[in-house]
Design a binder for this molecule. Sequence first.
Ligand code: UN1
Length: 502
Amino acid sequence: MVRSTHVVQQTLQACEGGPVLMSTFTSTNPARPAEVVAELPSHTAADVDAAVSRAASAQRAWARRPVPERAEAIAAVGAILTRRKRELAELVSREAGKIRIEGGGEVQEAIDMAAFVAGQGRAAWGDVVPSELQDKLAWTTRIPIGVVGMITPWNFPMAIPSWKIFPALLAGNGVVMKPSELAPACGVAFVEACLEAGIPADLLQVVHGGPEPAAALATHPGVGAVSFTGSVPTGRKVAAAAMEVGPKLVSLELGGKNAMVVLDDADLDLVLDGALFGAFGTSGQRCTSTSRLILQRGVAGDLVDRLVDRVAALRLGDPLDEQVDVGPVITAESGARIMGMVEAAVAEGAKAVVGGGLRRDVPGCDGGTFVEPTVLTGVHPDHRVAREEVFGPVLSVIEVDTLDEAIDVVNSVEYGLSAAIYTRDLNSAFAAVAAIDTGITYVNAPTIGAEIPLPFGGTKHTGNGFREAGARGIEQFSQVKTVYVDYSGRLQRAQIDNRSDA
Ligand code: UN1
């Protein structure tokens, strides 16, 4: 069990006034909830206040360090993550229930992000434009915000902190992060790797708990930007609370209702592999998970039959067992919620052609909640299961006649994160890429698996326009400063029309 780690002690010490009896909470292994992974303090608004003050005082010195030096510190974090990859990946499996290869992929994503952001520290930092006036220079640069607050989810408990923390640090900020109370030890372990690499301890603070520290962080006047990844309802609350004491820079990365469109001419073997990976990887608990399979009628029957066989063969079990394909869902409540959506779909006329049940008897996983990988047929685009985020291993099949109809269905939901089209026809593929209203669109590849050097995020209710990772990842953690230098030695008046042809 992770008990008093450095970061936890650091946050405990943040409470002033001598020894304090702090209430604590535990995180558990979703495969065996009796197994405690970590015990963490439940932080209060006062603790958040102390954490913000510490981060603010350390930030001033950090922001004075040359950007390439900050970048080197981030590269050093990448090296430590690489060295500790196995151990960290195992922690991800134990606390977030990800299967082994996904635990490794999680840490690798953070390593990739460290490399990418470190590179940005030696790349263009702004724009230089020719001035309208003689002997004058004009350019932009980036300045830090000060202290930024981050509220991160359990399902990518190291990768998503890396998407936020590295650009925030590169931009010269202090950070206070509140990891999900469902996977806090992963957040702590990630931050410890940062501190081990030489990121100043006070600069990077972690607070733990649920709504109280989250609200305190979002509304703290010393926090200039808030970055949130999670559900739409919580995102709305965080943004509203932050703006009440704002204006603040609030970046939201919210849900998805991602669709895979399969046209009659698609390579069906490729589709099956992609649908399985996209819908049931991470037990369907990614914001990018494939949730709707939109099939052109010509392939529907054959494809569903083959899909059922493949899904039925998926092995449920302990994520640490290398033979396992699908781990548990994160909590019993989550399992009940997912089953509620499946039952509502069946009541609306859909049919579970494979799966459709909850399993609490998986060998070696006492008390773990597993949702059987489920394929629903007969789903109508109006059904609740076709519109709302499920966040579980449930794939809804919707049949259509044409590409245009498929695109209408893809775009009919309030989310706009990721979508995929499978076809061998170039014109159909490009037409779909142009017409699908999502932040990320794949051709002949599943809806999950976005790569670090390109922006991640979505349209409509998926977010508020920011993108994470990629070259623009720094935008949510910095401000642009425009600089003019006039070396003419005289007043040159801009916006005064003094041209000779006037
Ligand atoms: C998420 O589920 O919140 O594209 C992020 C992907 C991952 C990130 C998912 N790289 O599936």
